[in-house]
Design a protein around this ligand. Structure first.
Ligand SMILES: Cc1cc2nc3c(=O)[nH]c(=O)nc-3n(C[C@H](O)[C@H](O)[C@H](O)COP(=O)(O)OP(=O)(O)OC[C@H]3O[C@@H](n4cnc5c(N)ncnc54)[C@H](O)[C@@H]3O)c2cc1C
Length: 275
């Protein structure tokens, strides 16, 4: 049942004393470059979800997944989701896998200004990238680059992506670092399939619109800090929909804390203990 489409928010609020929104943050950030309508461009989570579903439902016999076998695959985004795409594309037998990352490569060892016990800001090579190194003999990542154009053939199928190098330049007035394209650094990569793993923009807006809850500047559902009550009476929010794409451990923690706040709002007190 899709809340906001199959089920009206007003019905839930009428039938129940409290509603907790826990719809995740799966609204993908798009890449609005020319040629975006080419056939062969998918959002990472759609690609990964179809793959897992087809595996679990039929061991891939139903063919309801994007097959990367023998294909040149370009993944936009160097984060964890992009890494999952790298691993999945390789395991289906991709001809090549390239991962485009906007940020510069982090150092292999801690920098002087990043001592223990701070979180180590070093280059992480995850399982997908390790598999790429083992299979193709090199790291799939191209750093400080972005996509300028998706190139189509005459039938509208994707055939290449044009990328360009970026450099970070300090704005003399604000002191802020901005990204600028490096003139003459364009490069064309063969691409049969592009997977967009460029981050997420909070939850699907039709759900938040259906309940009329306020969102913050990061497009997550807004609450007071450390709280779960939204701007709409009797509506609470938790997990990724509250904090943005995060980790399972945070979703578990938030779920418990939200349950406690809901309990408090119903009883005037709560005996629920959040460890
Ligand atoms: C590709 C990928 C890989 C990840 N890998 C890891 C990892 O290795 N380790 C880790 O800790 N975290 C990982 N995460 C993050 C982790 O999945 C999330 O932080 C966690 O699942 C958030 O839990 P949640 O309950 O808030 O939302 P979700 O798990 O996203 O659950 C939301 C649920 O709500 C449902 N839903 C959405 N809209 C509606 C609606 N309108 N009506 C009804 N139901 C709706 C969805 O179908 C979904 O079942 C990964 C995320 C992604 C995208």
């Amino acid at each position: 049942m899709d809340v906001g489409r199959d089920v009206k928010a007003s019905k839930l609020l009428h039938d129940f004393d409290r509603v907790v929104l826990a719809c995740g943050a799966s609204n993908p950030r798009d890449i609005n470059a020319p040629g975006r309508d080419a056939k062969g461009i998918y959002f990472a989570v759609d690609f990964l979800t179809a793959n897992t579903k087809s595996l679990l439902d039929s061991d891939f016999a139903d063919k309801k997944y994007v097959d990367t076998k023998g294909k040149a695959v370009v993944i936009i985004g160097g984060g964890d989701t992009g890494n999952d795409c790298v691993g999945t594309a390789i395991r289906h037998g991709a001809k090549s896998v390239t991962q485009i990352e906007m940020m510069p490569k982090a150092p292999d060892k801690r920098a002087e200004n990043n001592p223990w016990p701070e979180w180590p800001k070093v280059c992480k090579t995850d399982y997908g990238q390790e598999e790429a190194i083992a299979v193709y003999g090199h790291d799939p990542r191209i750093y400080e680059s972005t996509v300028k154009e998706f190139v189509k053939d005459k039938n509208g199928n994707l055939k290449a992506v044009k990328i360009v190098k970026l450099s970070w330049v300090k704005d003399p007035e604000t002191g802020r670092m901005n990204m600028q394209e490096v003139p003459g650094s364009e490069q064309t990569l063969d691409a049969d399939i592009v997977l967009i793993a460029a981050g997420f923009l909070g939850s699907q807006s039709y759900v938040t619109d259906a309940f009329g809850v306020e969102r913050n500047e990061r497009t997550n559902v807004k609450t007071a800090p450390g709280r779960y009550r939204t701007s709409v009476e009797n509506v609470f929010v938790t997990g990724d929909m509250h904090r943005g794409q995060s980790l399972v451990v945070w979703a578990v923690r938030e779920g418990r804390e939200a349950a406690r706040e809901v309990d408090e709002s119903l009883m005037g007190y709560s005996n629920l203990v959040v460890q």
